[in-house]
Design a protein around this ligand. Sequence first.
Ligand code: BT5
Length: 261
Amino acid sequence: MPQTRFTDVRRFDSIDSTNRYLLDEARDGAPEGVVAVADHQTAGRGRLGRTWEAPAGANLLASVLLRPDIDLGDRHLATTAVALAAVDAIGAVGLAGVGIKWPNDLVDPVGRKIAGVLAEADLSSAGAPGVLPAPVVVGIGINVNWPGDDADLPPELRGLAVSLRQLSGTAVDREALLDALLEALGTRVDDLDSPEGRAHLATDLRRACTTVGTRVRVDLADESFEGTATGISPAGHLVVETDGGTRLVVAGDVVHVRPGS
Ligand code: BT5
């Protein structure tokens, strides 16, 4: 295994959710850097109560425990760090052209979803003297060898999801991908710690982001609007030009970002 600070890798044949596991470990005081990897999840989580689908033994399902000592307003960049590390790792196993659909999806050049990232925070101990910085658990599901083709997918995901195997035409080694991910995470997570590093994450997100330059419909919890995504702000927020002016969209507020009309 390459040098990485993510050396405490806990493996599960089957678990409900690697994110749930690490959030519980974090509450018991586990340090930054613990990784959970599962062959199968019985209750894989997406954002906002959605579910993550993956049959046993085919894909990469992993979570990392981070404790970034940064302002609440910068913690969404933990999602960016993991998404960029995954783009790096997929590149390292030979697949270029993967983009990031802001804020949390890895997509192929025609917009099909290769991977999703889910950050879950536990702020209950934030700010208490003498305790570790509050945890954020960032999970990623990467479609590695499933689906083999569209017929493998449940009907609602056909045409929307794609695997590295479909894109490369050959099976991809999950262990090599995990090693590459942990190595890339070392650098990307270091970037969370400094203003320069965070600016670097936002710059790389802007480069990788397929949402910039497109018409979008942004669904927030209490309103929706349309506009053109024109950039990523230095803080990592999506900049959207609307008829009513410029809007800065914060990842944590978003229900959906969809193609606009
Ligand atoms: C995500 O949510 O994309 C975050 C997914 C995070 C999964 C990882 S696996 C390891 C860790 N442990 C967990 O319990 N979770 C994390 P969201 O943006 O809400 O997208 C979820 C939606 O993606 C679903 O409602 C489906 O429409 C779609 N979806 C589900 N499984 C998929 C798959 N394998 N490939 C592509 N799309 C999928």
